[in-house]
Design a protein around this ligand. Structure first.
Ligand SMILES: Cc1cc2nc3c(=O)[nH]c(=O)nc-3n(C[C@H](O)[C@H](O)[C@H](O)COP(=O)(O)OP(=O)(O)OC[C@H]3O[C@@H](n4cnc5c(N)ncnc54)[C@H](O)[C@@H]3O)c2cc1C
Length: 423
């Protein structure tokens, strides 16, 4: 278990699981014990399949156990932009898929009594520029008129109802967004998987994949798994194990800090309605108050994904831009993890030419979509040839100049950061 995150420090206990030490057979092997892999296993077990999950580290070690915890409605793109590109019906379908993702998490949490502080406080998307508020107003009007979905504008003059910050100019409230303790959800989901007979091996990296007649063989240092189907659910930690997937995602480091618990009065004044917040910058900040009144603050995207003091000092500086009131508040915890972008910034699900199932590339919106994707992968295995949604039909494109992506993306990233401040 990584130990530095707020989530790891406050998590429920979980068993130390065995690593694979012999050859085994299963119906479906799954690589990755984050939300995607665990949800796939969960839904397959419900349909009567035998599943086996392998993780190089442990349950929730990846983005699933380290994230900002914001279970947001929607995608990286606005619904206006989605409708412009794919049509209003597609936008409606995608919006409903995103809501389905949240509902599935709720269902699982309720059914299995997972203690993960799942809370519906809504989200507040804060406008970084006055012009961004105009964009949010268009989004709100479009969603009401064409998608029959209600969210609410907060004018710049009323910003302090939501956030006591000099940085923002109003924003948009989505009442259906939630947040939770992500690592505890992963731990609870793993528990539900195991209760239904699913098997999870930790410290068991998949090092190669081969085919033997009808079966796929996954080799780990301690033994092989022979399976009828294989699912790869490695998102930001995707390696060249499956070349097509490796070449199609851009792993990005995102980083977080947590202050020491703040006085109740100060916490209440910073974010009066305790919503989950993020802003309209391309390289956005995301933050919320924890149960014990810490500010959990994230941002600071880095394509090399390397943690260092300079990066965390900058992140603290970013936090103070938002809340100068925290000048004397000590940062207690610092951590980072990897998410995955795709070329079109949509999540992708499907199977490769070799028949390997996958879902990845949530582009920072995977906290609840990953549970939905797990369910859809399970359906793809259980009901071959079913009708696919618009989102599932989007082609997964390889990243041009993949080998040089860190250099190219660092340049593009700096340009976007520049645009955030000048546009
Ligand atoms: C700092 C941070 C903040 C974020 N904030 C938010 C947020 O607020 N809202 C939101 O919606 N999304 C957020 N995200 C993104 C979100 O966390 C991810 O989209 C989601 O967790 C993806 O889950 P996953 O199961 O697909 O992948 P992961 O949880 O990353 O799991 C992948 C797993 O694959 C394993 N693995 C990789 N290779 C192998 C191998 N060869 N063999 C065995 N195992 C392997 C890894 O060990 C890892 O456990 C954030 C991400 C980060 C890093």
């Amino acid at each position: 278990m990584h130990t530095s995150s707020y989530w790891a420090k406050t998590s429920n206990s979980q068993p130390n699981r065995e690593h694979l030490t012999r050859d085994v057979t299963t119906d479906v092997a799954i690589i990755g014990a984050g939300f995607t892999g665990l949800a796939t296993s969960y839904y397959l077990q419900k349909s009567g399949y035998r599943t086996l999950v392998l993780d190089e580290h442990c349950v929730g070690w990846g983005g699933s156990g380290r994230n900002g915890s914001l279970m947001l409605v929607g995608y990286k793109h606005s619904l206006v932009a989605i409708a412009k590109k794919y049509g209003i019906d597609a936008a409606k379908e995608m919006l409903h898929m995103s809501l389905d993702g949240i509902n599935l998490v709720k269902e699982i949490v309720e059914e299995h009594q997972i203690e993960c502080d799942l809370t519906r406080r809504g989200s507040f998307c804060a406008a970084f520029k006055p012009s961004h508020l105009e964009g949010l107003k268009k989004e709100q009007e479009f969603m009401l008129k064409h998608l029959d979905y209600e969210n609410y504008i907060v004018e710049a003059k009323d910003s302090r109802q939501e956030i006591d910050s000099p940085l923002y100019h109003g924003g948009l409230i989505d009442p259906n967004s939630h947040y939770f303790h992500p690592l505890n959800y992963a731990i609870g989901l793993a528990d539900a998987v195991e209760s239904s007979g699913g098997v999870i091996y930790e410290q068991s990296p998949a090092v190669s994949i081969s085919r033997k007649q009808e079966h796929v063989i996954i080799t780990t240092p301690g033994g092989q798994v022979k399976a009828k189907e294989l699912v790869v659910a490695t998102n930001g930690y995707t390696t060249p194990l499956v070349k097509k997937l490796y070449k199609s995602v851009i792993p990005v480091g995102s980083f977080m800090i947590a202050t020491k618990p703040l006085d109740q009065g100060l916490a209440d004044s910073l974010i009066p309605n305790r919503r989950g917040l993020f802003d309209t910058k391309k390289w956005l900040y995301y933050f919320r108050l924890s149960q014990d009144n810490r500010l959990l603050f994230g941002g600071r995207v880095d394509f090399r994904a390397q943690e260092n003091d300079e990066l965390f000092n900058t992140l603290r500086g970013n936090m103070l831009e938002v809340f100068p009131q925290l000048q004397n508040s000590e940062v207690d915890l610092k951590w980072g993890g990897k998410l995955a972008l795709t070329m079109d910034l949509f999540p992708h699900i499907g199977h490769t030419e070799e028949g390997i199932h996958f879902a990845l590339g949530y582009s920072g919106h995977g906290v609840s979509l990953s549970t939905l994707m797990g369910k859809l992968i399970a359906l793809n295995i259980h009901q071959k040839g079913r009708n696919l949604t618009v989102l599932e039909n989007l082609p997964l494109k390889e990243v041009p100049l993949h080998n040089q992506r860190v250099i190219v993306l660092s340049i593009v990233g700096s340009y976007f950061r520049f645009l955030d401040w000048v546009s």
